[in-house]
Design a protein around this ligand. Structure first.
Ligand code: CTP
Length: 437
């Protein structure tokens, strides 16, 4: 087995490996070449957790994606028929992007590109940064072969962001935003020539061509990053934050609040990367100082749907309710706290922690996350089956819940005290003991 395939298999979760195997089988059956590329390869080679599985096919992935989604209980979240790119989500929150290997020719900045099918090599050369332009062959003949035409491996080792070609930022100015986001996420420096290209693009005001869809996608990504406050600061100093909201680019940018939220999020294993709901609490916090009108302007600039705006507005309301329930004196048993929080959205728990000044509320949430949740996760399927739950039956989850409640409420076993060891007496000091400072 090639070293890269071995690294891939040990790097991915069991669920992600299962999905790779299904794509391999489908590509073999369709006689198409399949590659893992983009962010998935960057994260694999950089030793970072894999966020999405990015597949590239020398062929059309759309039909294959629909079949795989059907077989594995997945869902197609978006589909771009022009570029032949499909985004999917599978049980367990595993996200997948599958794309046709293609060339994109831009008549001018911001124009819709002319898309033509291409080889994987040409596809990699039209990408944004060299570290995103590495592919691993997954098809039988070449399995394990690494394709790295822009020498992204060297840039990964030097921890540098470098564009694959001098037009990369001109062709697609949304890459200006990606550059700032990736720089902070990876803690990489920007290579000198790329930094110059970035500045030239800003001087030429190319960011005016960034589409609304790209702005919204970036906003959601920023919310999910480990350090959104650093990204926002950098966006502001480069003048790009005003694209999202003019009101936000100035004293109304509450970086202290965003930092508080990101610290809380880091301390809570509520959801990892790709935790799609995370943007709702971020939206509330980042716009805290804006007037209602300025908030609406931001929603419109990003094209956030009415439904999503309403959903985000509910977070503080639900968090207030959750805080009231968590303060209740009737809530005594660990199982009651568990049941209350297990049914709350992670985003609402996070926002409750962010807003609540009550020690009791803070402690109960931390107990839930640090003690009750791990104890509940210890109940295995085998235990549920042994207690009479047939897998897949409605009774199965009910029985699991009962087992969890019993385990959480069981009094901790009395621990027999350790026998006291005889400690040889120290010889008593002569004279008066020294006065304690
Ligand atoms: N890409 C690009 N130009 C863009 C967006 C994406 O060249 N404006 C390419 C990059 O090679 C990228 C790949 O398409 O790695 C997949 O894009 P996407 O999934 O959006 O980003 P990731 O790099 O996977 O980053 P993230 O971890 O933030 O999802």
């Amino acid at each position: 087995m090639s070293d890269y395939i071995y690294s891939l298999e040990s790097h991915l979760t069991a669920g992600q490996n299962g999905i790779v195997a299904h794509w391999q089988a489908a590509a073999t059956a369709a006689n198409q070449n399949l590659y893992l590329a983009g962010g998935a390869m960057r994260d694999l080679l950089g030793g970072l957790p894999t966020r999405d599985l990015d597949f590239t096919l020398e062929g059309n992935p759309l039909k294959m994606a629909a079949e795989i989604a059907g077989n594995l209980n997945g869902r197609i979240v978006s589909q771009d028929d022009h570029r032949r790119v499909v985004e999917m989500i599978f049980p367990g929150g595993i996200t997948v992007q599958a794309a046709m290997a293609r060339q994109e020719r831009y008549a001018k900045t911001g124009a819709k590109p002319q898309v033509t099918p291409s080889s994987i090599h040409d596809d990699l050369r039209r990408r944004d940064f060299t570290i995103d332009a590495i592919a691993l062959a997954l098809n039988r003949g070449a399995k394990g072969l690494l394709i790295d035409p822009a020498n992204g491996l060297a840039d990964l080792a030097n921890r540098e962001l470098r564009t694959t070609n001098s037009y990369a930022l001109y062709d697609d100015p949304s890459r200006l935003l990606r550059l700032i986001r990736l720089k902070h996420r990876l803690q990489f420096t920007v290579q000198e020539r790329t930094a110059q290209q970035f500045q030239n693009a800003l001087d030429e005001n190319l960011h005016r061509f960034i589409t609304q869809a790209s702005l919204l996608e970036e906003f959601r990504h920023i919310a999910d990053e480990p350090s959104p406050s650093e990204i926002l600061r950098d966006l502001e100093s480069s003048g790009l934050l005003a694209l999202f909201s003019k009101a936000l680019a100035g004293p109304k940018l509450n970086l202290a609040a965003v930092t508080k939220l990101e610290r809380l999020k880091k301390s809570l294993p509520l959801g990892g990367p790709g935790w799609l709901e995370g943007w709702r609490s971020f939206l509330n916090v980042v716009t805290e100082k804006l007037s209602p009108r300025e908030k609406t302007e931001l929603h419109e600039a990003l094209g956030i749907s009415k439904q999503d705006v309403e959903s985000a507005k509910k977070v503080p309301v639900q968090a207030k309710k959750l805080e009231t329930s968590l303060k209740s004196a009737t809530l005594r048993k660990p199982s009651q706290i568990y049941q209350l929080l297990a049914h709350a959205a992670p985003d609402e728990i996070l926002y409750t922690l962010y807003e609540s000044q009550q020690r009791l509320v803070q402690d109960r949430i931390r107990n839930y996350i640090q003690k009750y949740l791990p104890m509940a996760q210890e109940i295995t399927d085998a235990e549920v089956v042994a207690a009479g739950g047939a897998p897949g039956s409605p009774k199965f989850e009910k029985i699991r819940e009962n087992l969890i409640v019993n385990r959480l409420n069981a009094r901790p076993k009395k621990v027999e005290p350790e026998p006291i060891m005889e400690v040889p007496a120290l010889s008593a000091p002569r004279g008066r003991p020294a006065r304690q400072a």
